[in-house]
Design a protein around this ligand. Structure first.
Ligand SMILES: NC(=O)c1ccc[n+]([C@@H]2O[C@H](COP(=O)([O-])OP(=O)(O)OC[C@H]3O[C@@H](n4cnc5c(N)ncnc54)[C@H](OP(=O)(O)O)[C@@H]3O)[C@@H](O)[C@H]2O)c1
Length: 339
């Protein structure tokens, strides 16, 4: 089968390989991968010393969807022909992330091989069914960015306001989910063009953070001085203090971003503002399934920004490193982009 492996933490380390189709264990499912998608972290892994070093020559990418083509004799959850997508942390079923998985040792494309290959075996517990309204390509965008966004906003109420930083993968899903939950949404971006597109996706208010670096004050203005009930901060230390300053008393900053892992935070902002600061890390299989039901119910379709054929995977990574377009970058593994 055709696959890619990341043999070293830079673009030239991404190598095409030809490998045997993996053998099926008794409780595993063999999936013919149809599509995969990229996230910020996949560019970060290429970042040499600044990035996270993957443990070995790993098949990259955590996010991929495909069709079940064989099942082991003990498999009960899936049958041949089912449309499935892998859960980011393979053995995180429900509740908080299990202690043994905190080090990413069971995360696809990190501690274990990912999905950028024609076939992959999964333990049957590591998969969920596609939302019925989505194509393989659309569903391939869900495991990291969408589940993280859902984890952040799932308890938002219709009368609340949600501020979202940037227009990246996590941010656009957070916008779509918060809008479908009925909340008022404010989104910030460096680009007026992306902001115009965010309005089409459902943003009620938009702020260009390059032109208006005091966007936290603008958020207060837009909420009658009260502040927003929720911020989805998908950036990190560069935005966190402003995110807290934009938040209403007893509101919550859902902290997702790790773009700049270093940085200091003035703790008085949290105390003075009586703001809750919540770390969000992707999500369990249960959250993934709950989100898929929500996606079906509201007929939500992920925003896809760029598509690449499998043989052009290197170009897909280059695009991610250059800066994500508006919408997810997807790789068509099986050459059937309309399936
Ligand atoms: N905690 C978790 O489990 C988890 C899961 C997924 C991702 N993440 C992290 O979340 C972050 C976003 O991931 P992603 O995949 O959504 O990234 P992405 O698709 O590459 O998008 C990044 C976006 O961040 C925005 N941005 C950059 N600097 C900004 C700033 N100073 N203020 C406001 N927005 C800014 C940009 O928006 P504009 O172009 O509109 O300016 C950019 O498009 C990354 O740090 C990633 O590692 C964490």
């Amino acid at each position: 089968m055709r696959a890619f492996r990341l043999t070293a933490p830079h673009l030239d380390g991404l190598r095409r390989s030809d490998e045997p189709v993996p053998e099926l264990a008794q409780n595993e499912v063999l999936v013919k991968m149809r599509a995969a998608s990229l996230n910020y972290k996949d560019g970060f892994y290429l970042n040499g010393e600044e990035g996270i070093q993957l443990p070995r020559a790993t098949i990259p990418l955590s996010d991929g969807a495909g069709e079940v083509v064989a099942v082991g004799p003990l498999v009960r959850r899936f049958a041949v022909g089912d449309r499935v997508v892998g859960n980011f942390v393979q053995d995180w079923i429900y509740g908080p992330i299990p202690a043994h998985a905190v080090d990413s040792s069971t995360t696809l494309g990190h501690g274990i091989d990912g999905v950028l290959a024609e076939f992959r075996t999964f333990h049957e517990e590591g998969l969920v069914r596609l939302p019925q309204n989505l194509t393989y390509e659309e569903a391939a965008t869900l495991p990291c960015a969408a589940v993280t966004a859902w984890n952040a906003v799932r308890n938002v109420r219709a009368w609340e306001t949600v501020l979202i930083t940037g227009t990246g993968g996590v941010a656009l899903f957070a916008l779509q989910f918060a809008s479908a939950l009925g909340a008022k949404t404010i989104i910030i971006s460096s680009s007026d063009e992306k902001l115009a597109r965010a309005k089409h996706v459902g943003a009620d208010h938009v702020v260009n953070y390059k032109n208006d670096p005091d966007w936290h004050l603008r958020a207060r203005e837009l909420t009658g001085g009260r502040g927003v009930e929720h911020v989805v901060d998908a950036v990190g230390p560069d935005t966190l203090e402003r995110s807290i300053a934009a938040t209403a008393r007893e509101g919550t900053v859902h902290f997702v971003g790790l773009m700049n892992p270093k940085g200091a935070l003035n703790p008085m902002l949290i105390l003075g503002g009586t703001v809750n600061l919540r770390g969000v890390r992707v999500g369990s299989r249960k959250l993934f399934e709950e989100m898929n039901a929500f996606i079906e119910r509201h007929d939500i379709h992920p925003v896809i920004g760029k598509r690449f054929a499998f043989e052009y995977s290197r170009e897909a990574f280059e695009q991610q490193v250059r800066g994500a377009p508006f919408g997810k970058i997807v790789i068509d593994i099986a050459g059937d982009r309309h399936a």
